[in-house]
Design a protein around this ligand. Sequence first.
Ligand code: AMP
Length: 443
Amino acid sequence: VLDRPPSPEHKRGANSTRSPGNSFMSYRAVKGMNDILPDEVARWHALERAFRETAELHGYAEIRTPVVEGTELFVRSIGEATDVVEKEMYTFSRHSESLTLRPEGTAGAARAYVEHKTHAKEPVSRWYYLGPMFRAERPQRGRYRQFYQAGCEIFGDPGPACDAEMIDMLVGMFRRLGIPDVVASVGSIGGAATRERYRETLRAFLQPKAGELSEHARTRLEQNPLRILDSKDPKDQAACQGAPNILEVLDDADRAHWDALRAHLDALGTPYVVDPLLVRGLDYYTRTLFELKSSAGELGAQNTLCGGGRYDDMIRELGGPAVPAIGFAMGLERILLALGPMELPKRPPCSVAPLGARAVSKALELGRALRDAGVTADVDGRGNSLKSMLRRADGLGARYCIVIGDAELDRGVVQLKDLAGHSQEELPLGDVVARVAHSGGAA
Ligand code: AMP
């Protein structure tokens, strides 16, 4: 398998096993990173299509950024004292540069926004993205090391109207997808000044209980006490009972934004609950925060489908002008778990079964003509028996099988087998494409 012996740098990992003969016996995907096999992909396409359609109807255009960025971008934007930056990034160095596989999509989009001076070209930019993200988390159902996120960002609109529109878009999309129990939690974390004040208030509240906190939370107390509110540890959750509420310490401008956001949601009739202790895992948020959860399907404990919020300071912090921004990301694996099995339309393909060497060329030609007419066609050129070709056609779910033998070739005809109707008829070769296309074979 390897024509060179593996260098020490490429040493065998836990994802392969060696036979005693020293040749590789089997390879496995990296833990927490999954193959999506062809028979699962149709569900992915359906979800991705629904997301793209929704985003495009709302005026978002797709952006594609690299999967790798300079490490500093994530440290700066996500925040040093976050789980993602502290212990979940896949970081490596090449050409004396520290690089990281993107753990989320907002930092790259914001970097691109600044780099391409987008603010000078248009007052408001609406972007969406879709792709794999990487975090070295403990894998479990709904939590992977490579996972797919789809997300939207709005640059240049301070809200709160667009905040409400974004939340309403998500609630509507999840309902249309068939996740009826989705609940949107909404909160506000204020601007930088409010947050600094709240950090002090929270630290003062938690300091006397430091002894009751988990070890990890104790290390967070100084640098990032807000994170403790987000802890899953029952000790931390108990210590946070009765913690001061950030919504009570919002300054006037933050409060006006928060009140207007709720008024817009109320006017739209968008269902939501206020969660004053909502703290999201990334540090860049300002003012509006939201999460959408569901307990549908096979979700289990990882039931947050989507999270987002405003990040009004990030563009400036990345070297751009003061441009406000808001965005969200949703986890596609989790949404698929919530959705369970989906009814997917399957195009009935047509199979072409040549019998004899001369018929194979004609079958290839017929395959091309069928596809040109929009019919999904499979040409079985293995040279097998009719029985085995019919079995393959059946396995593909084909409605029709077109049989061409050398004798048919000489007479310019084919045998058209209707596998659903269990009937067969002889047709002129020149008529069969139109016949199949018109009886529902075409897309
Ligand atoms: P975040 O970027 O952490 O705000 O996460 C946004 C959404 O991405 C979450 O609500 C999940 O649906 C999804 N997500 C985050 N981390 C993972 C992961 N490790 N595995 C699968 N989905 C994830």
